[in-house]
Design a protein around this ligand. Sequence first.
Ligand code: GRG
Length: 306
Amino acid sequence: MSNFIPKLNEIAERVSKFLDTEVAMHDNFQKVVYEAMRYSLLAGGKRIRPVLAVKSAEILGISEEQVMPFAAAVEMIHTYSLIHDDLPAMDNDDYRRGRPSCHKKFDEATAILAGDALLTMAFEVASKGAMKADSHLGGIKAINHIAYCAGTEGMIGGQIVDLKAETEQISEDELKYLCERKTGALLRVPCMIAADLAEKTETQEAKHLLEYADTVGLAFQIKDDILDVEGDIEKLGKPIGSDAQEGKTTFVTIYGLDGSKKILAELTEKALKACDNIKKLCKTEKQHEACGFLRELAVFLLERDY
Ligand code: GRG
């Protein structure tokens, strides 16, 4: 039997330990903001984005120690986006990662500031990583890519188009466009970070890795849309049916449940092919194992129920 899940959990635990140390509690007048940041950041979560960074780094010959600050920065930005997305002005969700969302546990103002603080601190952590990286230029390029993918051409851009999808019918092209940014950008950037640090952005390995990440990114959002229709609240740790309640255009509204599942299966096949292409270019046992792990990750994301 595959030991994929234990391996995934081991990396996720190392990421959580790193985050626990970097986003340490401070016993000062502003300690409530640290409490709120840690409440959301250390509430579990699959840690898919940092895991992608760690495995891409293995394939491109970069140590976990070097990539970890950047991987953690992406997870901090991801967590900030979840905190802000749950606010009444956005998706107005009361539960996240199996517990009351940040603004429910604390209050709206504290949740806004906790999100802002996670975003800001992500760049503090990543820039510390760049100072220690073998390639300082690679570290700076990684920071640049994180900012780009989190910003107006990345996640924020996607979220703005997503808001439009709540009030008006959007086209299939617009839906794909918003997914590539809202969800895809933060799943692509972990592979970019590894390529930057390794100074290998122009290699075939890096290109196949990005193809893998982009395919998985789109599949991830389609699965999310499917789970919003037929997921289990207990397993998901958040309510379902919010898309339909808001009358939002999603993959399920455009292609139906069966159509969406078919596209999801096709995308997963494409991601597996990208893994095989990366593997052909890899030489060491460690690299081959990392390719095998990415294969299993694509299947895990296809089958996930949380
Ligand atoms: C509010 C700035 C801002 C951005 C919002 C990412 C995002 C944009 C909103 C989050 C809500 C959402 C459904 C996003 C799509 C991406 C997605 C499926 C996020 C959930 O990621 P998982 O499943 O969550 O990796 P865990 O909790 O496992 O980390």
